[in-house]
Design a protein around this ligand. Sequence first.
Ligand SMILES: C[S@@+](CC[C@H](N)C(=O)[O-])C[C@H]1O[C@@H](n2cnc3c(N)ncnc32)[C@H](O)[C@@H]1O
Length: 223
Amino acid sequence: MNEISARATADAYDAVAALYAGLPRDDLERTPLDRAVLGAFAEAVGRGGLVCEAGCGPGPVVAHLRGLGLDAFGVDLAAGMIGIARAAYPGVRFDVGSMDALDVADGALRGVVSWYSVIHASPADMPGYLAEFRRVLADGGHLLLAFFEAEDGPLTTFDHRVATAYRWPVDDLAETARNAGFAEVGRMLREPGDGERFRRGHLLMRAVRPEPAGVAGRGVSGR
Ligand SMILES: C[S@@+](CC[C@H](N)C(=O)[O-])C[C@H]1O[C@@H](n2cnc3c(N)ncnc32)[C@H](O)[C@@H]1O
């Protein structure tokens, strides 16, 4: 894991934290498909489930998840972002920390959300982030990834306003997550809306145990 680039990303977010605080927080109100994905995630996790939003920024997604009945908390490496989140949502847990080293016991969570936060992870670092999400999730727990999709192109960087970011082909990110111990539940792609540049990708994954050797492919239901 490249701690220097994670720190550089967090520093870049800290530098704009005050600006963030002044931005309208109505993104989810304008995007019914995004709300639908978060709703599906909440149902998959189950009411009251303990969920971490890794890379929570100023906290609106944590608040939304709590509104859906989840016991959600946020973690972000940018202390300025966490300060804004705590002020905006008093009484809600927000921790300063890196999402590649979460202060959470193995298997303690029912869900993890990365809502446009692993977009800053390089392809070399992505498996490490996903391995950490798998470590903190109970078997059967759910991971939701929101990201900028590559729209049939190769994995590529783009000029994100704050820090270097990547656009992933959805199949590539799904495969990387599968290799980290997840099975795909479903995916949602939506075209960019007003003021947005790129197609948005959402992957809902379930944490699975590695199958013992020799049992792969034994389907029984016939459906
Ligand atoms: C595009 S913002 C998204 C914020 C939030 N999820 C939202 O949608 O409102 C990305 C966030 O990820 C955080 N971040 C990036 N790398 C991180 C890391 N290694 N650990 C924790 N947070 C990280 C940044 O500090 C930033 O707040």
